[in-house]
Design a protein around this ligand. Structure first.
Ligand code: NAP
Length: 247
């Protein structure tokens, strides 16, 4: 029987762990990366980079590559890629599974201001706040543009816009320890943490640090993705892949 080919839509640590697991299970695995990170940590197996050209482009690529199953293991905030995957899978009647870690949940000691977007997060910051902003590079410009704000912006890739003198830019990749995060918050006199509800352990230290320091957190909620069978861990999704592809 020919080996079945699986497309993993990646860009996350979970996607890398999944690629290794499915290769070990005997599948042919291609991971797709958006190609926006300069030096990404690469998964094992085959890799392709760059956009597909929308849902239609993805559908053409899936047919050309003889893909039998798509796994959407993108970041919880990569809503467009997930929507395209759902549309392409439906048009070709291909099975689509999602690997998505659960979001962080608010503990009794947390001071969360829950918002629905980066724009709402910016609006939630009071005059002269000093936020630590950890939402990536794409939506940072409006924070820099608000003249009363100063603080720290942390991201992996460069922001692509000028960083005002009153801000500190940190180009760093997780994981960070709770101690490091507490030190950062204290050293820069941070008044608010602005974060997406990414979930998972890799970047959770900032949530624990904020809790310990009683720091206000502006928490951006996840976008809604199209429904499909979803699994929280690699161990959970592996049997579902076998069920979908093996006789
Ligand atoms: P997005 O807004 O959902 O997607 C924008 C476009 O980028 C998509 O329409 C697609 O282009 C292309 N694209 C996205 N993910 C792709 C993938 N895995 N392979 C091939 N093309 C992809 O995505 P985003 O939020 O910019 O995220 C881009 C990548 O970074 C994703 O792989 C995601 O897992 C990762 N990431 C995102 C975040 C975040 O906060 N958003 C955080 C960490 C990692 P076409 O329409 O041309 O196909």
């Amino acid at each position: 029987m020919p080996v079945k080919r699986i497309l993993i839509l990646g860009g996350t640590r979970d996607a890398r762990v999944l690629a290794a697991a499915l290769l070990a299970d005997g599948f042919d695995v291609i991971t797709s990366l958006a190609g926006v990170t300069e030096h990404p940590v690469l998964p094992v197996g085959q890799i392709r980079r760059g956009g597909f050209g929308g849902a239609a482009g993805l559908a053409r690529w899936l047919q050309a590559e003889d893909i039998s199953l798509i796994i959407d293991a993108t970041h919880p905030f990569a809503a467009q890629m997930s929507a395209h995957a759902a549309e392409a899978a439906a048009s070709l009647r291909l099975p689509l599974l999602r690997l998505e870690r659960p979001g962080w949940t608010k503990a009794a000691a947390d001071r969360w201001i829950e918002v629905g977007s980066a724009a709402e997060a910016l609006a939630a910051l009071p005059q002269a706040a000093r936020p630590l902003v950890t939402i990536g590079r794409k939506e940072i410009a409006p924070f820099f543009a608000r003249a009363d704000l100063s603080g720290v912006a942390r991201m992996i890739e460069p922001p692509g816009v000028a960083v005002p003198e009153s801000w500190t830019l940190l180009r760093e990749r997780p994981p960070f320890s709770v101690e490091q995060e507490q030190h950062l918050i204290t050293r820069h006199a941070i008044t608010h943490l602005v974060t997406k509800n990414a979930g998972g352990d890799d970047t959770a230290a900032k949530i624990h640090a904020a809790r310990a320091l009683s720091l206000a957190v502006v928490m951006i909620g996840r976008p809604v993705k199209p429904p499909c069978p979803a699994f929280a861990t690699v161990d959970d999704i592996r049997p579902a892949v076998r069920r979908a592809l093996l006789p």
